[in-house]
Design a protein. Sequence first.
Length: 88
Amino acid sequence: MAYKFDVFAKAAAKMADDKFTIQFSSLTSLNDDEVEAIIKDSGISKADLAKVLAEVKDATNNNQAKAAAINKINGGISALVGIAAKFL
């Protein structure tokens, strides 16, 4: 499962915005408008948002390792807050 997210993260920067939004929302329970809002509100790039998703889904890391990795991604924490807000 993690492989799918790694491939997606590598391809994200090259995708058109609409294609990225559709594919990202298909991998999560977020709809296209929610994905667009997270990108806009957090200022995260498509590639970095895909990296955040890949880190969250990485079964080999514990939560502390995931948090440290996401903290290094530009806009990663802001995007996670936006994603969390959609579920609360």
